[in-house]
Each structure stands twice: as C-alpha cells, then as structure tokens.
Design a protein around this ligand. Structure first.
Ligand code: NDP
Length: 396
C-alpha cells in the first residue's frame, strides 16, 4: 500500500526534505509539508512541482499545540512524521505522534526556549510511551547529529575492535557575502556557539569557556582552518554506544568576521535569551536579532564554497593501532542547483530523508526511541552515496 509522509517545518531544511522525499516518491508516497506559515509551504511545493514534477500537499499547523497536531495527524494519517521545525517543537510533536501511533524522526534534540541546554533526557524519557504505542522514534537524523553518528557506527563495525578517541570535525568554508549571517536558524545556531564548550574524557564531561580551545585541522578539498571546540549533542549518545571510548570532542570552524560579530553582539547583550523591557514592551534580544539577520533559507543563491564534515577516529584493530578519517564534502552551489538550498540545509535534509526512507522500507526498525548509531550503518552509508552525499575513508 502506498505510504503517506508528513514533513513539519518549511525552513531551509524543510525545503530540502520536501525535494528529496519527492525525488524518492516511490517510498514516500503521498507527501504533505506543514508549517506555521502556509505560504512558505506553498512556495516550496511550487518549486518541487516545477523541478521534480511531483505534487506535494501543504497545510498550516502550530506545532507548539498538541491538539492542533492531533487534528492534522488524524486528517492525514501519515506513516511517518519528519520533524524539521525547531528543537522547541520536538516534545509536542513526539507526544502527538504517541497519541496517534505514528513513527517520528527529527534532526535536533529538544531545547527549552528559556534555557540554552541541549540534552536527550526528555526525549529518551519518552521511550516507554513510544514502546507502548508500538511506534519508533529516530532522533538526530541530520548531518551532525546524524551522519556523524552513522560514521562512528560504521568505523566501529568495519574498522576497529575498540575505538579510543573520536574527533568530530565540522567545517563550513562557504561564503554568502554578508558580513554576518547564520547557515541555519539564527537563534538555534547562536545559542549553540555561544554556550560553554564541553568534551568527554575518561567517563567525565569537561567544561570549557566558549571558544576556549582552538585547533587547526586540515580539511581535504578545503585546507587548514581554525576549529573551535564546542559541545554538540551527538556526543551524549555516542559515549553510551561506542565501545571502549576514552575521549570524544567536537570541533567547528568559524571565520574571523563571524567570531568578531558574535563577540560584539554578546558584549552588548544581543545574545540574551531572557525577556527584557523595551519601551513598555517585552522582547527577547536573541529573538529580535534573529528577526534582523538574513533568513538562512535565502542564503542558497549567494553561497559559494564547500562544507566538509567527518570523524577522525583512533583505536585498535587486531591488536594494532589504527587511525581513520571518514568525511563528506559538499559544494554549496551544486546543492542550490539541485534543490534551491545552500549546503548546510542540504547536508541536514538529505540524511533526514534517508533516515525516514530506511524506516518506511523496514530496514531500520524498532519500537521505542533510538539514536542513529544503534542501527546497522551499512544501508545508510549506501544511501548517502546515491542520494547526493558521497563520502570517503582515509587511513591516517
Ligand atoms: P528555519 O528557521 O529555516 O526553519 C524552521 C521552520 O520551522 C520554519 O519554517 C518555521 O515556520 C517552522 N516552525 C517554527 N516554529 C513552528 C511551530 N510552532 N509550528 C510549526 N512550524 C514551526 O530552520 P532550519 O530549516 O535551518 O532548521 C530546521 C531544523 O534543523 C532545526 O531544528 C535545526 O536545529 C535542525 N538542524 C539540524 C542540523 C543537523 O545536522 N542535525 C543542522 C542544521 C539544522 P515559519 O517560517 O512559518 O515560522
């Protein structure tokens, strides 16, 4: 029987997911794109129809409201909900999925709007409810988290008896021509990079000041780049699932201009997430800044250059030390040519589609809540090769 797919969120990532599901419509069947603003869904549906020749339906929904979600789910009866709205909506969408017994997938872990804290606790706590409803939830099926978790599982399966250290390396060498803009939702992006850094060593989390640790990494097809240690959510699940792990860190590149702007904005209080009084009105500085900054979905046309995201893993195989580097390089302009989005939305949206495809095809199956590395990485790695994110492995 033909499947039904519901995508929630019509931003940069939602655009890519809509395109890629339409390109794989044999698996996804009848596709609906829903978001807060119907006109954004309609604009995407129009482009998909023109470029791919597939009709997708659209709907308006406030995903902060469980009753509204339930009404939409009952009307559409989707087989899967792909959540590419914001992390603030994760729990409401998960709870509506439980109520209607529908499989769930997202790309970013839950964040409370008032606290810049990323953790899986509240989503993992829904494991029993998902099991009872006989449904599956796949968390973090973007690039990082997402593909980086699958790279780790692939390294563990094929290259190591034990992995001792992992460095996740995220380089975006794209240039959009603006002095300052973010490649995905500004609020989520700035909350992530202005938070304290954190890495895991010998069973303990070690906290650093924001951008305190810098290391130069050499990225194939891009070159050497200053890379800063950040906390990133995939580490929380990887420390549970990768055998023998002694240390895991996450590095991301930032250009001079980005860092200078961020420092200034922070110094004047523009990154604040608590309400302040302004001329008799209450405003949240970060939300106001987010309104001023370019919409990430509009960067596609202007962005040139490449992204390179991968994992650098060291460990033991057959009693000998081994180091491997698995990475994927994307070109912003090629992404735009294919689906009218820049590379960061593309590298997030394609894995979201692949995760959902494996679930619908029954290749990744289970009841309850799962992180990416808990499944066989091979079918996912094969799909990456054919769906636009080819990867490479080097012995170092
Ligand atoms: P955007 O800000 O471009 O888009 C978010 C979309 O969600 C918008 O269309 C917005 O609707 C919609 N939305 C927000 N609130 C609601 C709501 N209450 N109800 C319904 N829809 C809502 O973000 P991106 O596309 O850049 O990012 C999407 C997700 O992908 C985020 O969760 C982000 O953290 C994640 N991500 C994950 C990455 C990974 O590698 N794992 C990397 C990059 C992003 P409207 O426009 O109408 O307000």
């Amino acid at each position: 029987m033909s499947k039904k797919t519901l995508i929630i969120g019509a931003g940069g990532v939602g655009n890519v997911v809509a395109f890629k599901c339409a390109m794989n419509s044999k698996t996804f069947g009848e596709i609906t794109l829903a978001s807060r603003t119907l006109s954004k869904c309609d604009a995407i549906a129009k482009n998909v129809k023109e470029k791919v020749g597939v009709e997708i339906k659209t709907a308006a929904v406030d995903a902060d409201s469980i009753p509204e979600l339930i009404v939409l789910f009952k009307e559409l009866s989707p087989d899967i909900v792909i959540n590419v709205a914001l992390p603030y909506q994760d729990l409401t969408i998960m709870d509506a999925c439980t109520a209607c017994k529908i499989d769930y997938l997202d790309t970013a872990n839950y964040e409370h709007p008032d606290t810049a804290k990323f953790e899986y606790k509240e989503q993992w706590a829904r494991d029993d409810a998902f099991k009872k409803a006989n449904i599956m939830g796949l968390l973090g099926s973007g690039f990082d988290p997402g593909v980086t978790n699958v790279f780790c599982a692939y390294a563990q399966k094929h290259y190591f008896d034990e992995i001792h250290t992992i460095d996740i390396l995220d380089c975006n060498a794209g240039d959009h021509g603006y002095p300052f803009a973010t490649n995905f939702n500004p609020e989520i992006n700035l909350r992530e990079v202005s938070a304290n850094g954190r890495y895991w060593e010998n069973g303990k989390w070690i906290e650093t000041k924001p951008m305190e640790i810098m290391q130069v990494w050499d990225y194939p097809e891009i070159g050497k780049k200053d890379s800063y240690l950040l906390y990133h959510e995939e580490m929380e699940s990887l420390v549970k699932h990768i055998k023998g792990l002694k240390r895991i860190r996450f590095f991301m590149t930032f250009g001079e201009s980005y860092l200078t702007h961020m420092k200034c904005l922070e110094n004047v209080g523009m990154l604040g997430i608590k309400e302040i009084e302004h001329k008799g009105m209450k405003i949240v500085p970060m939300e106001f800044l987010s309104t001023l900054l370019p919409d990430p979905a509009s960067l596609g046309e202007r962005t040139k250059g490449k992204t390179n995201i991968g994992i650098y893993a060291k460990g033991i195989k057959d009693g000998k030390e081994r180091t491997i580097y698995i990475y994927q390089v994307s070109d912003h302009e090629k992404c735009y040519e294919e689906v009218l989005s820049q590379g960061v939305s593309y590298t997030t949206g394609v894995p979201a589609m692949i995760g959902a495809k494996l679930m619908l095809e029954g290749k990744w199956q289970g009841k309850g809540i799962f992180n990416m590395e808990e499944f066989d990485p091979d079918p996912f790695m094969e799909e990456l090769m054919i769906q636009g994110l080819p990867w490479k492995i080097e012995e170092r």
